[in-house]
Write a protein that binds this ligand. Structure first.
Ligand code: ZN
Length: 187
């Protein structure tokens, strides 16, 4: 009888960790953790190189889910909220009314990982800041296909290198977001 119970328990035990690479459970060296912390959880391949993460090491970190691809040449911590991931895939940090809603949500004690598009935008449209010389913004259909996500709405883009650098990789600085929202045609 006892054996049956323990067998049943064994059957219930999830086995998915044996069917592929474990996700988000990998180890990150302190140098990479510090780098991620400095930039809000998103880092580039060349920044990783600067802390001696070569291509093989990067592939291992990606395989074990310690780092995830966020855009070509960019990687993030697995805990990066989807809204920030989406903004970075369009080209940069949250801007304007989306950044303000983001700061308001954090001020009210929301866990960043629980934030949804609806929390940051009334109409499903993210306001995103990109550098002034960003060559192009990826199309929404392409982005959905590339990252297996549902197709987002066309973002409202704020082109400014100074604003892009004003905060971290999650959102432009709050005072910059206020100025942007004041002048934005898409609000
Ligand atoms: Zn705007």
């Amino acid at each position: 009888m006892r054996r049956e119970v323990s067998e049943r328990r064994a059957k219930r035990r999830p086995t998915n960790s044996y069917s592929g690479a474990p996700r988000g459970t990998g180890f990150l060296p302190n140098s990479v953790l510090r780098l991620l912390h400095r930039h809000g959880g998103i880092v580039s391949t060349s920044e990783l190189r600067s802390v001696h993460v070569d291509q093989t090491h990067l592939e291992l970190l990606r395989y074990y889910g310690s780092l995830q691809a966020v855009r070509q040449g960019w990687h993030c911590h697995p805990s990066l909220p989807d809204v920030n991931r989406l903004a970075w895939r369009f080209g940069g940090p949250l801007a304007c009314v989306s950044a303000l809603a983001y700061y308001d949500a954090l001020d009210s004690g929301r866990e960043p990982t629980t934030l949804t598009l609806g929390d940051l935008s009334d109409d499903g449209r993210l306001h995103v800041c990109v550098v002034s010389n960003q060559p192009r913004i990826p199309g929404t259909a392409l982005l959905a296909r590339r990252w297996s996500i549902s197709e987002p709405r066309e973002p409202s883009i704020h082109w400014s290198t100074a604003a892009y650098r004003s905060g971290d990789r999650l959102a432009v600085a709050r005072h910059v977001a206020l100025l942007q929202a004041d002048r934005c045609d898409d609000t």
